[in-house]
Ligand binder design. Structure first.
Ligand SMILES: [Zn+2]
Length: 262
């Protein structure tokens, strides 16, 4: 290129790289969204999510003083990353109000999977442990990853495997009981396992201020889900131990693969 020395070219390239880095500084979390939902998200522009259909969604702000109650009912996309999900940690009572994954921006997930109150979602049957067929979201490889979980659980000893089935349900267009917001079941991206192994904070607390932790879900089943991009409700202070939901952005080592061609 005439007029430009090799050194100035290299410096220009470095400046460009630094500029790109500066523009996205602090937004590695948003990049993990793009990697997890690459079927729907084309990229991140500063703090704006750019979807493949051309629409753009600001990720909002992450106000450190936002109260817990508002995080549950009115989370921004950036709020979703406030608590790091403790993948692979020992099963233990979580600290007070430690609910990683429960802060969700409803508009964001409706964009990823559709709004069940307005339209039919694209669900496909997944053969679950024990042979029952369950509807699950096709988008973002969610159903494909649930199949991977089923295959892993089928290899576990029968006494462990029995906690996984029959399933207490997958898709259900309903709000979460204590937040009024659509649950991940509303997107066909959550599964409840065997009700007999279930503990739910609201049932155990009996109206008291503190919540005693209880869990009967085997560690091997939790591991199988976390390996394939699902988080577990048993890691929440407000626990729901039969509940698993597909949240690959919170498990960077288990990022989504593209959904297989139909
Ligand atoms: Zn559930």
């Amino acid at each position: 290129m005439p007029g430009l020395s090799r050194r100035s070219l290299r410096n220009s390239a470095l400046a460009l790289i630094c500029f790109a880095g500066a523009a996205r500084a602090g937004d590695a979390r948003l990049e993990s969204l793009a990697a997890a939902y690459l079927e729907k998200i084309a990229g991140i522009d500063g703090t704006t999510i750019v979807f493949r259909d051309g629409t753009r969604m600001p990720a909002g702000t992450a106000d450190p003083d936002k109260p817990f109650d508002r995080l549950l009912r009115d989370a921004t996309v950036l709020d979703q990353f406030r608590l790091a999900y403790p993948r692979g940690a020992p099963i233990a009572p979580p600290p007070r109000d430690f609910d990683p994954g429960r802060f969700r921006d409803e508009a964001f997930f409706s964009k990823l999977y559709g709004d069940c109150r307005k339209a039919r979602l694209d669900l496909e049957p997944v053969t679950w442990v024990g042979g029952e067929r369950l509807p699950f979201a096709r988008a973002n490889g969610a159903a494909a990853r649930l199949r991977d979980v089923a295959a892993d659980i089928e290899r576990l000893p029968p006494a462990v495997r029995s906690a996984a089935y029959p399933s207490a349900g997958t898709f259900s267009c309903r709000p979460v009981r204590d937040t009024g917001r659509l649950s991940m079941h509303s997107y066909g991206a959550a599964i409840d396992l065997n009700l007999r192994y279930s503990n739910y904070w609201l049932w155990e607390s009996h109206g008291s201020a503190s919540v005693p932790y209880r869990n009967a879900m085997p560690r091997e089943i939790v591991d199988a889900f976390e390996r394939h991009g699902f988080i577990w409700g048993g890691r929440w202070y407000h626990y729901d131990t039969m509940h698993f939901e597909y949240r690959p952005e919170l498990l960077p080592a288990a990022l989504a693969r593209p959904a297989p061609a139909r």
